[in-house]
Design a protein around this ligand. Structure first.
Ligand code: URA
Length: 200
């Protein structure tokens, strides 16, 4: 177990190092640094946002601005504290003026997310907002129609839900988002319990 953890950490560090030299698209030229992602390497769940904003670009960490602070509060309330999850973005470099990344930019960046998935093998993915939902599931989905639903993709269960920045802009989204997070927490706890039982 310790060996497996060490090798996961090492693989992630190597991958992070490679992303720093990425020239797949023009975004890298317009930002301070690459925001790779962070969190528990053992977590069964990966959260995927849109892309770094200004604060994230400055600090090199995902979800540390206003939207990130709201996400932290929702995660705490759902009994999924931030240090128990892994969190990253569909694009690792900040698009200028916080615009939404284009489908093409997401496509160029996707190989890095695939590698993160290959190393971490999460059982669940939460797609925070439309960009991640469009880039990973399908480009024509509407959030009010798909949020809160699990999509089975290979061995992963994926759920789109509202981006915390959207909740900040529209408080009416608080309730549906909270219901989604309760379902996410329920599914993760059930999965963890099942895994513990199998270990006996
Ligand atoms: N919004 C995102 O989608 N990702 C971040 O890292 C911060 C804000």
């Amino acid at each position: 177990m310790a060996d497996e953890l060490n090798s996961t950490i090492k693989d992630l560090e190597e991958l992070k190092h490679q992303t720093l030299a990425c020239e797949n698209c023009h975004l890298r030229a317009g930002c301070r640094g690459v925001v790779f992602g962070e969190g528990s390497p053992l977590s069964p769940i990966m959260f995927i946002g849109e892309g770094p904003g200004q604060t994230e670009d400055e600090l090199g960490r995902p979800f540390v601005g206003k939207a990130g602070q709201l996400l932290d509060r929702i995660l705490e309330a759902a009994d999924l504290p931030r240090n128990t999850i892994y969190i990253t973005n569909i694009v690792k470099c900040r698009p200028s003026n916080n615009r939404t990344p284009t489908q093409e930019e997401m496509k160029f960046c996707l190989p890095w997310l695939r590698e993160q998935y290959r190393i971490l093998r999460p059982h669940f993915m939460v797609l925070l907002g439309l960009a991640a939902t469009h880039g990973i599931l399908a480009p024509d989905l509407k959030m009010n129609q798909v949020h809160g639903q699990w999509f089975e993709r290979g061995k992963v269960r994926m759920m789109p839900t509202y981006h915390p920045a959207a909740i900040l802009r529209n408080p009416n989204l608080k309730r549906p988002a909270w219901e989604d997070f309760q379902e996410i927490s329920r599914a993760v706890k059930a999965f963890e319990q099942e895994s513990e039982t199998l270990e006996i």
